[in-house]
Design a binder for this molecule. Sequence first.
Ligand SMILES: CCCC/C=C/CC(=O)SCCNC(=O)CCNC(=O)[C@H](O)C(C)(C)COP(=O)(O)OP(=O)(O)OC[C@H]1O[C@@H](n2cnc3c(N)ncnc32)[C@H](O)[C@@H]1OP(=O)(O)O
Length: 424
Amino acid sequence: MAMAYLAWRLARRSCPSSLQVTSFPVVQLHMNRTAMRASQKDFENSMNQVKLLKKDPGNEVKLKLYALYKQATEGPCNMPKPGVFDLINKAKWDAWNALGSLPKEAARQNYVDLVSSLSPSLESSSQVEPGTDRKSTGFETLVVTSEDGITKIMFNRPKKKNAINTEMYHEIMRALKAASKDDSIITVLTGNGDYYSSGNDLTNFTDIPPGGVEEKAKNNAVLLREFVGCFIDFPKPLIAVVNGPAVGISVTLLGLFDAVYASDRVSQLLESKRSGKQREMRAFESSFSVASHKQATFHTPFSHLGQSPEGCSSYTFPKIMSPAKATEMLIFGKKLTAGEACAQGLVTEVFPDSTFQKEVWTRLKAFAKLPPNALRISKEVIRKREREKLHAVNAEECNVLQGRWLSDECTNAVVNFLSRKSKL
Ligand SMILES: CCCC/C=C/CC(=O)SCCNC(=O)CCNC(=O)[C@H](O)C(C)(C)COP(=O)(O)OP(=O)(O)OC[C@H]1O[C@@H](n2cnc3c(N)ncnc32)[C@H](O)[C@@H]1OP(=O)(O)O
C-alpha cells in the first residue's frame, strides 16, 4: 500500500497543470483539452531530452516518466500486478496503474510537459547530442567549456567513438595550452557519447604525404611527442572523467593525469544480480535510459596492432601497477574493467553508472573551490621530479613507434581494421 500511496502522491504532486487528480486509488483525470497538442515528434524529442539529463531527476520523477511513457505508448496498464516483494516492478506498476484510463494523447502531452519542466537540468548537460552544432569557438572535434572554475575539454567525435584524428590532436593541444592560462582552477577531459575515446584514429595512417610512408611516420612521431609533452607539462590538476570505454593512447595518457574517475555498470549489475533483480535493474535503467553509457573499460591492444606503448606508459604503468600488470596490458593487450583498473591504481575511483555524472561533477566543483596556487605548487612539487624522465621516455617511445608504423605487422593490422567495413 505504501508504494501505491507513493505512486498516488507522485501522480498528485507532479501532475502537470493540465491534469486534476480527484481521488485515490481510482484516479479520475480531467484533461485540459487544449493541452492535448503534443505531437509524436514532440514526444520523441522529449524522450531524447531525457537522455541528456545531467542530474538524475530522482526516482519519483522517473516513475512518473515511466508511467506516462507506457500510458502514451500502450494505453492503460496491461501488466499483471507484480508480487509485493518485487519492489521495483511494483512501484512501476503502481505508477502506471494510477493513470487509469488516461487517453494516450493526454499521457503524451503530460510526458512532454514533465520533461520540459526538467529543462533547467538539460542546459548544463555534460553530454551533448552527437554531432551537435553546439561547438565552442574555434573547435571542430571538441566541446570546450569553462564554468564553476572548471575547464572541460570534451572529445566530440561520438560517431567515431571519439577516435583522435590529426585535427583533434592539434585541438586538444590548443585547448590544453589555453586552459593552462585561463582563470579556471582545474581541467577535465571527458568524452561525448558512449565512449571516452577509441584512441588513435587509424585512418591517420592513410593520408600519405609526397615523401611517402617514411615521412608520414616521422610526422606522426613528431606530433605524438608534442602531444604527450603537453600532458607532461600541464601545470594545473588534470582530471579524466572516463564516461565509457577507453582505448590506446586515451588509456596510456591516464598515467599523466592527477585523478581518473570512471563509471562502472558492472558493480551496479553485479549488485542487482546478487539480489536477483538484474532483469528488473536493466528494465528499470533501460525504461529511463537517462544517459546511455557503456561500462568504462581500459584497453591497450598495441601488440595486436603491431605497435608499442606510448604516452609514457612504458614508464608510468610499471610504476603504477607493477611490471607484471603493466605487461598484461601493454604487451598482451588485456582489457580491464573500471574496477580492475582501479585495483591496479590506474583509476582513482569508480562510480555506479546511474550516479556517475552527478557524483563526479559534485566532487570536481568542490576541488575547483580550493586555492589555485596551492594546487599548482603542489602539483609542481610532485611532477618536477619526474618531468625530465617523462620527456626522455616520451622521446624514446616515439622513436620506437616511428619504426613500428613502417612495419608489416602494423600495416596489416591497420589494413585489417579499415577493410573490415570496406574502409579502403
Ligand atoms: C599520431 C599519433 C599516434 C598515436 C598512437 C596511439 C596508439 C593507439 O591509440 S592504438 C589504439 C587505436 N584504436 C583502436 O585500435 C580501436 C579501433 N576501433 C575499434 O576496435 C572499434 O571501433 C571499437 C571497439 C572502438 C568500437 O567498436 P564498435 O562499438 O563495433 O563500433 P564501430 O567499430 O562500428 O565504430 C563506430 C565508427 O567509429 C569508427 N572508429 C572507431 N574507432 C576508431 C579508430 N580508432 N580509428 C578510426 N575509426 C574508428 C569505426 O570505424 C566506425 O566508423 P563507421 O564504420 O564509419 O561508422
